[in-house]
Design a protein around this ligand. Structure first.
Ligand code: GLY
Ligand code: MN
Length: 457
C-alpha cells in the first residue's frame, strides 16, 4: 500500500476526469475452487486496488461525485473469522490508511444505489468480469448481464490515469521485474533432457515464493512453445527440444512482471534452432531500438513483422515484398500474436476495461488474424509500461489449414515450411518504460541472444 495521499490524489483526479454522477467500484469476492471453503487464491480487483489500496474480499466503494462523498462498503470481521483465520486490522483502520473515513455495512449499498437512481444520478460502473458482479449489477441496477457494458466516461477516466505509471509504481513494477528475471534465469539453468516440464515450472514458482511473490499468470514452461499459451507441464524434456518459458512475478501490492525466454534442452542450439532464434532476436532488438515517445506501437509491431518476413525470406520460407506481406497478414503464419501489452497492476493491464480503450484510444481493432492480437496500438507516451515479446512459431495445424487453402501462396513457400513442421516455437519478452526521450528496460537483464542463453546453460 502506498501513502494515503496517493489514493486521495488518485480519487480526486478521477472525479475531475469523469465530472459528475456516482462511481461504483466492485471489489472481488472469495471464489470456491471445488467447494466454498477451498477457495482460489484471492486477488483483489486492480482498479479497486488502484483507488482504495485494500486487498480484502467482499468490499465495494462509491465515489459520489455529485454529493462529494466517498464510502467503502464492507463488514468488520466476525469472531468466527478471527478464530479460524486470525486477527487483522479493522476495515475502519484500513480505510483510514487510504483516506476514507466513511465506512458502512455491505447491506446498506443496495439502498444507497437505489436512492441515487431515484434522485436521477447516473451510476457509472466498470465492465464486470466475474459472474457474481454481474448478478449484483442485475439486482441493484436492474440491468441484464448482456447489457452491462460499463460506463465509457468511467473507463476512460481510469485508463487516463492507470496508463501513466508514477515513480512509486515504476519502483514496484521494477521489483516485480527483478524477481521475474531471477525466475527465468533459474529456469533456463534448470532445463535438462530427462527432466519433466513440471520440474522447471516448480523452479520458477520456487523463486517467486522465495521472494514473497505470487505468479502474475499461470506459468508457461513447455517443449511445445508453438502452442502460444501452453499450460501443460507433463512432458519429458528430450535432447534436441526447444524449451519456452513465459512467466512473471506478482508482488503483494499487485504489481506484475512478465517475461519470456527460450533455451535449448542441450547446452547449445542446433544450427537450425539458432537460425530461427536469430530471426526472433532481430525482431526483438529492432523493436526495442524503435521505442520512443510518439511512435505508435502498431508501427513497432509492423516493424517486428517485417523483420520476421525478411528473416523467413533469407531461410527460403517466404518470398515477395515484406511490406506487402505484413499489410496482408502473411507473416502471421509464423508470428500469430501481437508485440506486447500494457503491464502494471494487471499483467495485461486493464484488459478487463477493454483493449479498445487501453491500447486503441477508442478506435476499433483490426480483425485480421495476427494483427487483431496486437493489444497496444497508440503512440507511446512517457510513463507507459508494456512488454516487447515477438515470437516465431511453426504450428502444424495452422500450416496445414493455410496450405490447404493456398493462403498467401504468393508469400509462403509451403514446401520449405514443411521442413520445419516440428520445430516448435521461440519467444523472448522484456518489459519497458517509455521515458522522456526513449525507453528503458525494467528489471535485470535476462539472456536474450543465443550466446547469452548458451553462456548460462
Ligand atoms: N505472458 C503471457 C501473455 O502476455 O499473454
Ligand atoms: Mn506478455
Amino acid at each position: 500500500m502506498f501513502a494515503k495521499e496517493t489514493y486521495v490524489q488518485r480519487r480526486a483526479q478521477l472525479k475531475k476526469n469523469v465530472g459528475s454522477g456516482l462511481l461504483l467500484f466492485l471489489g472481488n469476492e472469495e471464489q470456491g475452487l471445488n467447494y466454498e471453503d477451498n477457495a482460489f487464491r484471492f486477488r483483489q480487483d486492480s482498479t479497486f486496488l488502484y483507488y482504495f489500496g485494500i486487498s480484502a474480499p467482499s468490499l465495494a466503494a462509491v465515489i459520489d461525485i455529485d454529493n462529494d462523498c466517498e464510502v467503502i462498503f464492507g463488514d468488520e470481521l466476525s469472531i468466527d473469522y478471527v478464530v479460524w483465520m486470525g486477527v487483522q486490522p479493522t476495515l475502519r483502520d484500513k480505510s483510514a490508511q487510504v483516506g476514507i473515513s466513511d465506512v458502512r455495512p455491505s447491506a446498506q449499498l443496495a439502498d444507497y444505489l437505489g436512492n441515487a437512481v431515484k434522485s436521477g444520478q447516473t451510476i457509472h460502473y466498470l465492465p464486470p468480469y466475474r459472474a457474481e458482479h454481474k448478478l449484483k449489477l442485475t439486482e441493484w441496477l436492474g440491468l441484464p448481464a448482456s447489457r452491462q457494458e460499463g460506463s465509457v466516461p468511467f473507463i476512460r477516466g481510469v485508463v487516463a490515469q492507470r496508463n501513466f505509471k508514477t515513480e512509486e509504481e515504476i519502483a514496484e513494477i521494477e521489483r516485480a521485474c527483478n524477481v521475474t528475471a531471477d525466475m527465468h534465469i533459474a529456469a533456463i539453468k534448470a532445463v535438462r533432457a530427462g527432466k519433466y516440464e513440471y520440474e522447471v515450472a516448480a523452479e520458477i514458482e520456487r523463486v517467486a515464493q522465495m521472494n514473497g511473490c505470487q505468479l502474475s499468470f499461470p506459468t508457461i514452461a513447455t517443449i511445445n512453445g508453438q502452442t502460444l499459451h501452453n499450460h501443460y507441464h507433463g512432458n519429458l524434456i528430450k535432447s534436441g527440444d526447444l524449451f519456452l518459458i513465459d512467466a512473471g512475478a506478482e508482488l503483494p501490492s499487485g504489481y506484475c512482471g512478465d517475461m519470456s525466454s527460450t533455451t535449448p534442452a542441450d547446452k547449445c542450439f542446433t544450427t537450425r534452432q539458432r537460425e530461427v532464434y536469430e530471426i526472433q532476436n532481430a525482431m526483438h532488438i529492432e523493436s526495442v531500438k524503435a521505442l520512443r515517445p510518439g511512435i505508435p506501437y502498431m508501427e513497432v509491431y509492423e516493424l517486428s513483422a517485417r523483420v520476421c518476413v525478411e528473416g523467413m525470406k533469407a531461410l527460403g520460407l517466404m518470398k515477395g515484398n515484406a511490406e506487402d506481406a505484413v499489410r496482408e497478414g502473411a507473416h502471421a503464419l509464423f508470428y500469430p500474436h501481437g508485440l506486447g501489452h500494457m503491464m502494471g497492476l494487471d499483467v495485461h493491464d486493464m484488459e478487463n476495461l477493454g483493449e479498445m480503450w487501453v491500447g486503441y484510444d477508442g478506435q476499433p481493432k483490426s480483425t485480421q488474424f495476427g494483427r487483431k492480437s496486437q493489444r497496444l496500438a497508440i503512440p507511446l507516451q512517457p510513463g507507459f509500461v508494456f512488454t516487447v515479446e515477438p515470437g516465431v512459431y511453426f504450428i502444424p495445424e495452422l500450416i496445414d489449414l493455410w496450405k490447404s487453402e493456398k493462403k498467401f501462396a504468393d508469400f509462403i513457400n509451403y514446401d520449405k515450411v514443411e521442413e520445419y513442421r516440428y520445430f516448435g516455437g521461440i519467444r523472448n519478452e522484456e518489459d519497458y518504460l517509455v521515458t522522456a526521450d526513449g525507453a528503458r528496460r525494467l528489471g535485470k537483464k535476462i539472456p536474450l541472444t543465443p550466446e547469452e542463453v548458451e553462456a548460462i546453460r
